[in-house]
Ligand binder design. Sequence first.
Ligand code: NAP
Length: 491
Amino acid sequence: MNTIQLPKAIIIIFGATGDLAKRKLFPSIYRLYQSGKIGEEFAVVGVARRPWTNETFRENVKESVENAVSVNSDLTSFTSHFYYHPFDVSNQSSYHSLKSLLSDLDEKYQTEGNRVFYLAMAPEFFGIIANNLKEHGLKDTNGWTRLVIEKPFGHDLASAQKLNDEIRAAFDEEQIYRIDHYLGKEMVQNIEVIRFANALFEHLWNNRFISNIQITSSESLGVEDRGNYYETSGALRDMVQNHMLQMVALLAMEPPIKLTTDEIRSEKIKVLRALRPIQENEVDSYFVRGQYTKGIINGKEVIGYREEANVDPDSNTETFVAGKILIDNYRWAGVPFYIRTGKRMKEKSTKIVVEFKDIPMNLYFKKESDRVPNLLVIHIQPDEGITLHLNAKKAGVSSEATPIKLSYNNNGIDGMNTPEAYERLLYDCMQGDATNFTHWDEVALSWAYVDPISNAWSRKKAAFPNYEAGSMGPKEADELLAKDGFHWWPI
Ligand code: NAP
């Protein structure tokens, strides 16, 4: 019988008392443990400044797991793998004691010198930590060492380049795992399968048969308590530079010759290189920005962005972006990829609509306006699945057509067992699979695309606020498609 090798490693979480660790990382590690994807040969070391003990840390881990996952057993043996090592990451001397703790735990849990350094902290610390890990020999083990970096990766191309240079001084590109949690989502990974495992779609997947592609990622939440962060970011940097462009790349890339990290990345990189650059003086023709004012969501009145905590009452930060992206290659010349994303929109939903070109003549619909093109809808979240919109004969009525839908819903079938994005990404990282993490070239090309847009926007004050909370964004986002003869398909 073949036995699967379970990954063995120490995961060192920098920022272990923070929000991300609590909401995402601890529950994900538990799910890996619960499902047997990791065995007993692992340890987690939490680093942050708070003067907690191992016991307090374990109590917090227990609480966060219980809040997020249905737990069917005592958590004591799971939490016994967790250790807390308080220090300020800019304090050089503390890395020495961390090193000896890791050596002891290596021995105790037989983790063979394998280490995941997970930086769940503000980006200004990434370079400092990476360099101290190298300087103090925490990377010098008999096993593998990997560095996981959270977004945001820079603020523009220049700052991302600087950050990358700092990290690369300590870690090789192959050791760096840049998180884009959208890439851990089941249906985002499914884009590739839907395209490349179905002749029906792949043969039509080009500018001869597709008229446009629409990607919507809407949130109904506002900025919550992250006003400070959001004011320096905005929707363009927070969503478009990473998640939206990654989805564009997956939808537009050529089939890879093999399903390896390098081959897939290289195809995605080619798409990002083919994005038609937008000059600062033409931004208004391609991109629309918005900011929400007060409104009603789920029957409740919510405040406008400028009234939120830690937000400038005269803020010029966009909470909504819509854009038209063009890809200058043989497959996609002339096909617009429309994207839109924002906060405080009507509902939380991420969805891709592929609109096929219509047949040349209307034979079956009474009115031209009743005609509906074929659509392939990929539901990313909260629903996971696909819907194909076709036309079929209206029952009983002579030769008249009616739109029908064929739907596949992932939630009902194995949704309960679908791993959470962070769970999958952590597991991939422990297995050394970097496919669903972003390569530096992808990050750099995405910033190069987005920078002229943010430059143009920072130079000119917008007429904000311009969309009501609970709506689908400003009217200019509809006009962006209308001038090309399209409209957003309802979400
Ligand atoms: P957070 O709640 O503010 O946590 C920051 C952590 O860093 C805390 O554990 C804090 O602990 C620790 N810390 C701060 N300064 C330190 C220092 N000098 N030395 C040691 N520890 C220090 O932030 P977060 O929301 O978890 O986000 C962490 C990272 O993930 C950020 O880069 C963020 O952009 C990214 N991210 C977060 C989310 C999310 O959902 N939260 C989503 C995507 C990306 P002490 O105060 O105890 O030192």
